[in-house]
Design a protein around this ligand. Structure first.
Ligand code: UDP
Length: 486
């Protein structure tokens, strides 16, 4: 795992910036890291791993200076097959997985010493705290990469800074987020901070926190105009330079080859078939449903969700990530549903070409688990969302969508699931699904307002990534700032 990239020597005499990316091998971290690397390479440099090879190869063919270097995880860790990708790592193996990943420091360092050009900085996922040692050994700055919004990062930081959960015995007790002007109520269970859900991970969580505090610079997949007070708030609280560079998915805008294949070499549906299906639908009429790359929905919940979508009356595309795990009853239900809604509902059993779908004019809303990438992709496409968080930062992202930006309708989940847990019981009933979809896709004044806000944000997002835009400027600054001094 891991990669890197560089820019051509520039004409001012200095050697151009050479960014070495060390992404986390989970789609929600890897995909935006690759996009950021490719964006930097359009002005400077970057890199990543196996599932993203088609994207990187395509960028190389277009002339970008990007190199992908893969480092195998050590076999002694005893990880199951496919465990180099974190979404295939069962929770009970997570400890040995993180250990094996941290042991990549040495081979990465040796590689970088042996292969010119020498890096000018390391861009590391924040879940790789060991990269502080890598960067220190190489004598270069370490940039912490977050595919998270500043609102979420500031909330997590304030919880630690103000010890907001101290003395809060019940994980479901409401707590007011400290240090923010606007009032947000969360629970410790909803917003525990990364790896803070269980005491078993305390040491690792503390290590991440120290590494976060020690980073030289922060790169965030968000944009200034969407949340200026939180970007400034985080930079001030951390006393750290924050570079907002998003939405990085816009790298793929007008690049059809990588738009459809982002994240996986092959989607579970042919891109042309998908486009043809969407082309036959009215503008803004289709709702897209996906819970990202990690969430696994239980069989009973699948049936409930299916009924809700059917009853909503709207055309839908439903990405079913863990369809192969369902019992016979759920599979039978899905087959029957597919027959009943033929032409109106499209089921994708596996990886969906999400960006391609969201950027189609026929799509008018998104039922999302509130992973930050999906949330930002919805924003970038100007779409209102139905929010259905499951775990990690998703409850804070829901607050961002619903309470900060005003583009979401919540299905009302209050208690998070354990990471990767597959609930046996129904969490959200069919009637709630139907009502939330109808509300987001509807034509009432409130729905129109939501849509207007979403479209306005999308315009700001695009402007941020265009010449003279804030994120575009930050990408250029990064390349300038991290070029070699020699
Ligand atoms: N994604 C996709 N097809 C799928 C599921 C996910 O292209 O079927 C992409 C999605 O566009 C996003 C990423 O995978 O870029 C998921 O990241 P997110 O932060 O939304 O959720 P996570 O998977 O980390 O929970």
């Amino acid at each position: 795992e891991q990669e890197e990239a560089r820019a051509d020597d520039d004409d001012s005499g200095g050697r151009a910036a050479h960014f070495v990316f060390v992404p986390l091998m989970a789609q929600g971290h890897l995909i935006p890291a690759v996009d950021t690397a490719l964006l930097l390479a359009t002005h400077g440099a970057a890199a990543t791993a196996a599932r993203v090879r088609p994207t990187v190869d395509s960028a190389r063919r277009s002339g970008l200076q990007v190199r992908l270097v893969e480092f195998p995880l050590d076999a002694a860790a005893g990880l199951p097959d496919g465990a180099d990708n974190m979404d295939n790592v069962p929770a009970e193996h997570m400890g040995s997985y993180m250990g094996a990943v941290a042991r990549l420091r040495e081979p990465i360092e040796s590689y970088l010493r042996a292969h010119a050009p020498f890096p000018t900085c390391v861009v590391a996922d924040f879940i790789h705290p060991w990269t502080t040692v890598l960067a220190a050994n190489l004598g270069v700055p370490r940039l912490s990469f977050f595919s998270m919004c500043a609102f979420c990062l500031l909330c997590q930081h304030n919880v630690e800074r103000f010890k907001a959960y101290e003395g809060v015995a019940d994980g479901n007790e409401p707590v007011v987020m400290p240090g923010l002007e606007k009032r947000f109520v969360v629970t410790r269970a909803q917003a525990p901070g990364f790896f803070r859900e269980s005491a078993a991970w305390k040491e690792f969580a503390d290590y991440i926190e120290r590494a976060r505090a020690e980073a030289d610079v922060v790169i965030m997949n968000t944009f200034e105009e969407m949340e200026p007070e939180y970007v400034a708030g985080y930079a001030a609280a951390r006393k750290m330079k924050v570079w907002t560079v998003g939405p990085v998915s816009l790298y793929h805008h007008k690049r059809d080859a990588t738009l459809a294949a982002r994240g996986y070499a092959t989607a579970a549906i042919d891109a042309d078939d998908c486009l043809r299906w969407l082309d036959g639908k009215e503008p803004g009429s289709v709702v897209y449903v996906s819970f990202g790359s990690i969430v696994r929905v239980g069989a009973k919940q699948i049936v409930e969700l299916g009924h809700g979508l059917e009853a909503s009356g709207h055309p839908f595309i439903w990405a079913l990530r863990n369809a192969h795990e369902y019992d016979a009853g759920a599979l039978e239900f899905l087959g029957e549903l597919e027959a009943r809604v033929a032409g109106r509902g499209l089921l994708v059993r596996g990886w969906a070409p999400q960006l391609l779908i969201l950027s189609h004019a026929a799509v008018g809303g998104f039922v999302t688990h509130c992973g930050w990438n999906s949330t930002l992709e919805a924003i970038t496409a100007g779409l209102p969302v139905v929010t259905w968080p499951h775990f990690t930062d998703q409850f804070l992202n829901e607050k961002m969508a619903v309470e900060v930006l005003g583009i979401g309708v919540s299905v009302g989940v209050t208690e998070p699931l354990l990471y990767q847990a597959v609930p046996k019981e129904i969490v959200v009933g069919r009637g709630v699904v139907e009502a939330a979809v109808r509300s987001v896709m509807g034509s009432g004044e409130e729905a129109e307002e939501r849509r207007r806000r979403a479209r306005a944000l999308a315009a700001k997002a695009r402007a941020a990534m265009q010449e003279d835009g804030s994120s575009h400027g930050n990408l250029l600054d990064l390349v300038k700032h991290f070029k070699a001094v020699s």
